[in-house]
Write a protein that binds this ligand. Structure first.
Ligand SMILES: *Cc1c(COP(=O)(O)O)cnc(C)c1O
Length: 409
């Protein structure tokens, strides 16, 4: 048996399908975001990052860096164990209080990532409810799909954001059966939002529980950064809110927030919580600093929205096929995996612009795209340079451009 062949063959299959991925070797520069150093094959080069999920640049905020450094100096680096062994440190307790308050819930529970919080949170909750039926949005993230799979519960998928379909599935189910509706509040590939109140209306009418992934909304929406549920006035209505500390909060980790009894049950039953080492105190303190800052400062949120709107306007005026939405995500349609990859290669090599291609399976085949994420720190000059570079790439790859508007305003 040549075991090595199995892996080489697996990679060859990916290459054949144009799904083999290459990462750019980058060095982020604190204080200079979105500028970074690219360790290219020909040596280090300055580039502009246009695809970071550090949406608000909190990863370089002096308060956040300060909290991390100060806490690491005082408490050391690691947590010292799983929460059950020796890993509950005071900064983690503070962080969970901060998160419960952010979402106006009784309690919160922190995991080592948003992925783990969905995977182990959903599977644990669903397994604790006898014969639970899970209703899942068709566009849900892989971490939620894995959580559903691991619960071994029956699942029904409703068409993306389709309330009539969700209602039909709820109606068809036994009224006495426990039901869990699982969805995202902001879908990060298209930038569209869930109708949260409509989902909660249906949940109430049919006796279902709701679980919402707020990963792409926390810190960025709502008056204190509570997310889309806060923005849509539905925060009290959603039973379980899940979020990440790794995107707008610029750190690492994930969490759920809910009623105290539910949180205590997950704490007590979830393998992905129990059997893994807790987050380091310094990361907890840094995340708390970011959340606290964004609870009172609207500057980053407002500037973020303004910048995203400007990028959409400038790119559209240049004739580029922006997939329009009302959020901070700027998807630009390509519709071909090879051209998508080629476009990003040219952008990096010739325009010093870093954007990752978004291909299948992250998005459906035929809808390949560039996913651009403006931050408060992308200024007008950077936006104009982006538009120029994209038009150059579009012309060279013979991708369709719309008739251009006369002015870019
Ligand atoms: C990124 C992401 C996650 C995972 O969060 P991490 O903290 O990065 O593990 C979960 N859900 C969605 C929708 C995401 O995009």
């Amino acid at each position: 048996m040549n075991y090595d062949d199995f892996f080489s063959d697996a990679l060859a299959r990916l290459r054949e399908e144009r799904r083999y991925r290459v990462f750019a070797d980058l060095e982020r520069l604190a204080g200079r975001f979105p500028r970074a150093l690219w360790h290219s094959p020909d040596g280090p080069r300055d580039v502009i990052v246009w695809c970071s999920n550090d949406y608000l640049g909190m990863g370089q905020h002096p308060k956040v860096i300060g909290a991390m450094v100060e806490t690491a100096t005082r408490m050391g680096t690691g947590a010292g164990g799983t929460r059950n062994i020796a890993g509950t440190n005071h900064p983690l307790v503070d962080l969970e209080r901060e998160l419960a308050d952010l979402h106006r819930k009784e309690a919160a529970l922190v995991f080592t990532s948003g992925y783990v919080s969905n995977e182990t949170g959903i599977s644990t909750l669903a397994r604790l409810m006898p014969n639970c039926l899970i209703l899942s949005d068709a566009f849900n993230h892989n971490s939620m799909i894995e959580g559903i799979r691991q619960s071994h519960c029956e699942k029904k998928i409703f068409r993306h954001n389709d309330m009539a379909h969700l209602e039909e599935l709820l109606r068809a189910a036994d009224p006495n059966r426990p039901k869990l509706i699982v969805f995202e509040t902001l879908y990060s590939m298209d930038g569209d939002c869930a109708p949260i109140n409509a989902i909660c209306d249906l949940a109430e009418r049919h006796g279902a529980m709701t679980y919402a992934d707020e990963v792409h909304a926390v810190g960025m929406y709502g008056p204190r950064g509570g997310g889309q549920a806060a923005q849509q006035g539905a925060m009290e209505r959603v039973d379980v809110l899940e979020g990440t500390l790794a995107k707008a909060f610029g750190c690492l980790g994930g969490y759920i927030a809910a009623k105290a009894s539910l949180i205590d049950a997950v704490r007590s039953y979830a393998p992905g919580f129990i059997f893994t080492t807790a987050l380091p105190p310094a990361i907890c303190a840094a995340a708390t600093a970011a959340i606290r800052h964004l609870k009172t400062s609207s500057y980053e949120r407002e500037r973020h929205q303004e910048r995203a709107a400007r990028v959409k306007a400038v790119l559209s005026a240049a004739g580029l096929p922006v997939m329009m939405n009302d959020t901070h995500i700027v998807p630009v349609f390509v519709g071909d995996p090879e051209k998508c990859k080629e476009a990003t290669d040219i952008l990096l090599a010739e325009h010093s612009i870093y954007i990752q291609p978004i291909n299948y399976p992250t998005v459906p085949k035929g809808t390949e795209r560039l996913r651009i994420t403006p931050s408060p720190y992308h200024d007008d000059a950077l936006i104009d340079a982006l538009a120029e570079a994209l038009v150059d790439v579009w012309e060279r790859l013979k991708l369709p451009l719309k008739a251009r508007a006369l002015a870019a305003e």
